[in-house]
Design a protein around this ligand. Sequence first.
Ligand code: SF4
Length: 363
Amino acid sequence: MSSSAASDSRALLSVRELRTHFNVGDHAVKAVDGVSFDVQEGKTLGIVGESGCGKTVLSRSIMGITTASNASTSGSVTYCGTELAGKSKRELRKFWGEEMAMVFQDPMTSLNPVVRIGRQLTEHLRAHKDLSKSEANDLAVQLLTWVRIPEPKERLSNFPHQMSGGMRQRVCIAIALACSPNLLFADEPTTALDVTVQHQILNLLAQQQQERQMGMVLVTHDLGVVATRTDDIAVMYAGKFVEKASTSALFSGMRHPYTQSLFWSIPKTSEPKHTRLSAIVGRPPNLAALPPGCSFADRCPYVQPICREVEPELQTIDSHSFACHLPVGSSDAEAALSANISAGLPQSKGAAARREAHQGTLT
Ligand code: SF4
């Protein structure tokens, strides 16, 4: 992942200064606000953040499937050197399926509940490939086998409600992979699945990605999910990237307090039973009325007056980018945290306790 201002010509996907705002009355809801990144062939970028931070709108904006009539999008999205921004839905259709595909969050809403699985797969295949009905049928069985659905031939006659949540998500992955895309967006592909199925689905995606050398964007609220499955991570908050780095660099020295708070929120198996989970204090800001300065200020344990006055810019040091006046690990941040704890700031007291609980897990 590059943070260069110019598009990387070798990148599969280059996104520059992408903005998607929704006009609501006199306000603009800044769901995506100036996001830039690259995805290389065969690599996975994880985009992490809480619900409502703009991750899904970002994926949909790149794919060109933002349907709201009050949405306005600007910026550049280049796929293999071709500019996609400004193309009509008809022109973009050539890229969907064969070049870029998406696995949506909820298989129950992305699959048609009254159409059998087999027809949903074969219709998709025949819309993109010159196949006879029986060839499409054979390929559909092969796809269900790839995604490890038992008795794939028999399953073609099932309706979505006759399958488990995990099976439905596998069908969605099969549909997304049907035309061998070069780039896959997986938007919270394991939400609402139990931990074992979650693990299986993520392994399946990783295996298919490696076999096909696809680029992948894995969107999730769970920093733990991307820890071992991505090459790079971008952390999103209030419509912006607040930190981005290679996965190893991020986990060996996260610099943004929000990333640190997400990390502290991951339940640890080493903790005793019934240990209280660490939540981030407060709620994400209203995207239609963002406060001046840093949008994480009301929840940040390190907050100082400058944070509420001046919005921090994304700065890059050794390919590690972060937007913070008092980056984690700096002496200024340590002093600010101590001062806030002494002043009784609730989020700082919580952070001190979490830091103690996680001592040794963050270097
Ligand atoms: Fe916290 Fe200030 Fe950094 Fe924002 S700029 S994350 S409020 S320390």
